[in-house]
Design a protein around this ligand. Structure first.
Ligand SMILES: Cc1cc2nc3c(=O)[nH]c(=O)nc-3n(C[C@H](O)[C@H](O)[C@H](O)COP(=O)(O)OP(=O)(O)OC[C@H]3O[C@@H](n4cnc5c(N)ncnc54)[C@H](O)[C@@H]3O)c2cc1C
Length: 147
């Protein structure tokens, strides 16, 4: 079984490669005024269609809500090794339109930092993380006698 995701274009043979079109997905993370309102027990995955095409998710980190914008066709990515890391102002404006109709979210996007990148940022900026990261500690591989 080979599951190379967006890189399938480089791996699948011949004609099939032309049918693989990697596209860019643009999302933003927004702080909730009352994170408990967006807890998965109270708030589901949603999609809005019509005037604004967008979708979003409950808060998994207890602070932010992820919102994505849908385009008629998402922008194609020509070179998977050089994906742009900047957000086109048109995308930012579209996200701003969506967030305006989502009550309970602060309008400015924040850095996601919901996973490993958040922990790394904590370690770099604060020298420690408030999250339980013992399961990532390199020392966990040391024999008990060496500790
Ligand atoms: C910004 C963003 C947000 C998303 N948010 C959500 C969400 O909230 N919920 C949700 O359900 N889905 C979400 N998705 C979609 C979800 O991430 C994908 O559908 C899912 O990751 C696809 O899984 P996959 O295993 O098919 O491919 P991938 O997760 O892309 O995995 C493919 C793997 O193959 C590896 N690979 C490729 N070529 C080679 C090679 N030649 N040799 C070795 N390894 C190789 C890659 O490095 C990669 O690790 C999101 C996607 C994006 C881009």
């Amino acid at each position: 079984m080979i599951a190379p995701g967006a890189w399938a274009k480089e791996l699948v043979p011949g004609a099939a490669a032309h049918r693989v079109i990697p596209r860019r997905v643009v999302q933003g993370w927004y702080l909730a005024h009352r994170p408990e309102d967006f807890h998965p027990d109270r708030f589901g995955v949603f999609e809005r269609v019509g005037d604004l095409n967008a979708y979003g998710f409950p808060s998994l980190d207890g602070a932010t809500v992820k919102v994505g914008i849908k385009f008629e066709t998402h922008p194609e990515i020509d070179d998977l090794g050089n994906v742009s890391r900047t957000v086109d102002p048109a995308f930012a404006l579209r996200l701003a339109d969506v967030v305006r109709v989502l009550p309970g979210l602060r309008p400015d996007p924040v850095s996601p930092q919901t996973g490993i990148e958040g922990i790394v940022a904590d370690l770099v900026i604060d020298g420690a993380s408030t999250r339980d990261i013992d399961f990532l500690a390199p020392e966990r591989f040391e024999p008990a006698s060496a500790k």
